[in-house]
Design a protein around this ligand. Structure first.
Ligand code: DGT
Ligand code: CA
Ligand code: ZN
Length: 583
């Protein structure tokens, strides 16, 4: 059984509310589900343990009927009440939930007044202009919806790395525990730590292929079987992710692992090198292709394969045919940064703005993770939608942080802000406010549609402020949802190097911004990276894992990432720009 995450339970409650509304049920009942969803979002602690220990008793906003349903969901992974309710509607209706800008109210209007029950219906209705005529919509909304649908289509079948990682880990753990598994690995784009994933690949070696395949097909995450065989099985998981399992003998394993890790471009180069020597390389073996071909030594591991061709071991993240072979041949592959190297992090939110965990909770969670420092950067006042802090509230927070630090030893909380960059490139706080902080993250949260020259100028102007320590999520992209805004990235990197501004690798799996492809250029220009989780809760600190994946894909080492520095060294980095030094 797989335990649904809190977000999934919240989403199901939202869906129940909408379905009840569409069925014309009692508005109080509808509201009970919506309120329940809100209450659950705000609840602190781990949901399954809360259910186990308290049965969710006595929580405002969650009545008895809801308690029971949430309990069933959390304990069994299923809710018959919801399944039954859902059966009354076209299954495509839920596609509308994935369209950015559509909430339950708008979905109800579209469904009831225009009969829109799928993403395709919505597109047709927008194209015919009927959506604009609906009350509460208008031409502008219609246009935005069309654009959102377009983005969704491009992303069809792709999933965030975080969704893939969760599912891949569950499948991996189940197969790892199987007595017939010899060797096992996740492969494909998940192993290469790409930011989005089409499907999950798993590679296993065994003497009992039928047993292993049966275990895979029977996994509770599996909702449909696309193919079932002794060498390859394909399934669809909850959330629509697809997963492929390749079952091989242990002798074949290093070849299968290497092939199904990819990338395709990387594989093609290796296969070409094999051909040059008179061998053929495929997913099962390396074999002589002609008489008199050189003898092939025993290959037990992937590293043996690389060594055979004169390469150092190439980490999966680098296997994109972007120079890794040349570097591996010359012994100059970077020693990639690892999660354990991170000593602290910046750009975290608390309940003071739009976070869900308090300052004290964030600090103790960071400590528990073994970090030496944590930077708090709540939103500034221009981000009204995120309950941004004004100067007075910020000042109070600085006081709270000072008090918190007074009884910590060896751990420090830094006071910062995620300060909005206004339209003209000035900052949302005057220098006299920024000066009181340990550091400043400057980010764009408004006026996304400027042209490239104006946007570039805006960002560069913000970086010339000596108090701006780091630039937050440089392009503003939301993976699979929102394109980056138009900005000249090399020019911004140039200015970052010149002004001594750090550039964030925002580790939120929705962002992973700046994209991994830019970090080699950034490094060449002398820009230093800071990996930030943009955490909005204690759980959000785990985002660091995804940031590390992108940093590794970007060839970054521990020395390139400032938050690998210990507490004793990081303070000097934070104050460098203000003091006219390079960080
Ligand atoms: P994605 O799209 O996120 O699933 O990306 P991958 O890289 O996981 O791609 P996938 O699942 O289609 O295939 C897994 C690996 O198998 C891929 O990284 C390289 C290998 N592969 C797949 N098709 C080909 C091919 O036509 N030629 C070669 N040389 N390798 C292939
Ligand atoms: Ca794949
Ligand atoms: Zn932000």
């Amino acid at each position: 059984m797989s335990v649904p995450s809190r977000d999934q339970v919240v989403e199901i409650l939202e869906r129940i509310a909408l379905l009840l509304e569409l069925r014309g049920e009692n508005p109080f009942k509808v509201r009970a589900y919506r309120n329940g969803a809100r209450a659950l979002e705000l609840l602190e602690g781990d949901l399954p343990s809360l259910v186990r220990e308290t049965g969710l008793e006595g929580i405002p906003g969650i009545g008895e009927a809801l308690r029971e349903k949430i309990g069933t969901l959390v304990q069994t992974g299923k809710l018959p009440y919801y399944e039954e309710l859902r059966a009354h509607f076209p299954p495509t209706l839920f596609e509308l939930f994935d369209v950015p800008g559509l909430g339950p109210k708008k979905i109800k209007a579209l469904y009831e007044q225009l009969g829109v029950a799928s993403a395709d219906d919505l597109e047709a209705a927008c194209r015919s202009g009927r959506v604009a005529d609906l009350e509460g919509f208008g031409a502008k909304t219609q246009e935005k919806l069309l654009h959102a649908l377009d983005l969704l289509k491009q992303g069809t079948g792709r999933h965030l790395a975080s969704a893939a990682a969760t599912a891949a880990t569950a499948l991996y753990d189940a197969l790892r525990a199987h007595p017939d598994t010899i060797r096992l690995s996740v492969g494909g784009s998940t192993r290469r730590r790409n930011d989005t994933v089409h499907d999950i690949d798993l590679i296993v070696s065994t003497r009992q292929p039928a047993e292993i395949s049966r275990a895979f097909l029977g996994h509770p995450l599996v909702t449909a079987v696309l193919a079932a065989g002794d060498t390859k099985s394909s399934v669809v998981l909850q959330d629509g992710l697809q997963a492929d399992l390749r079952v091989v003998t242990d002798a074949e394993y290093p070849f299968a692992l290497n092939y199904f890790t990819g990338s395709k471009e990387h594989n093609i180069v290796l296969r070409g090198l094999a051909q040059e020597r008179g061998w053929t390389l495929n997913e099962y073996r390396l074999a002589p292709a002609r008489k008199g071909a050189p003898e092939i030594p025993k290959i037990r591991e992937e590293s043996d394969l690389y060594r055979l061709f004169g390469f150092d071991y190439i980490e999966p993240e680098l296997r994109e045919n972007r120079g890794e072979f040349e570097a591996a041949a010359e012994g100059r592959l970077p020693d990639l940064v690892r999660l354990e190297n991170i000593r602290g992090t910046f750009h975290c939110h608390t309940t003071a703005s739009d976070g869900r965990s308090s300052l004290a909770e964030m600090a103790s969670a960071a400590r528990e993770l073994g970090l030496q420092y944590l930077g708090i950067a709540d939103h500034s006042k221009a981000s009204v939608q995120a309950n941004g802090l004004d100067a007075a509230r910020l000042k109070r927070q600085v006081g709270e942080i000072a008090a918190l630090n007074s009884d910590q030893d060896g751990f420090r909380v830094f006071s910062g802000t995620e300060c909005d960059i206004l339209k003209d490139g000035t900052l949302d706080f005057p220098d006299k406010v920024l000066k009181q902080l340990d550091y400043v993250v400057a980010s764009i949260h408004s006026s996304f549609t400027m042209d490239e020259a104006a946007m570039t100028k805006r960002i560069i102007r913000a970086m010339t402020n000596p108090h701006v320590t780091m630039l937050g999520h440089l392009t503003g992209r939301l993976l699979l949802r929102r394109e980056p805004y138009a900005v000249n990235i090399p020019a911004v990197l140039e200015a970052a190097a010149e002004t001594g501004t750090l550039v964030e690798l925002n580790a939120d799996p929705h962002r992973l911004d700046l994209d991994w492809r830019w970090w080699r250029l950034a490094r060449e220009k002398g820009v230093r990276c800071v990996i930030n989780p943009d955490a909005h809760s204690v759980a959000g600190l785990q985002n660091l894992y995804f940031g590390i994946g992108s940093a590794r894909k970007g060839w970054l080492t521990k020395a390139d990432v400032v938050n690998c520095l210990p507490l004793s060294k990081i303070t000097g980095v934070l104050s460098a720009k203000r003091e006219g030094r390079k960080p």
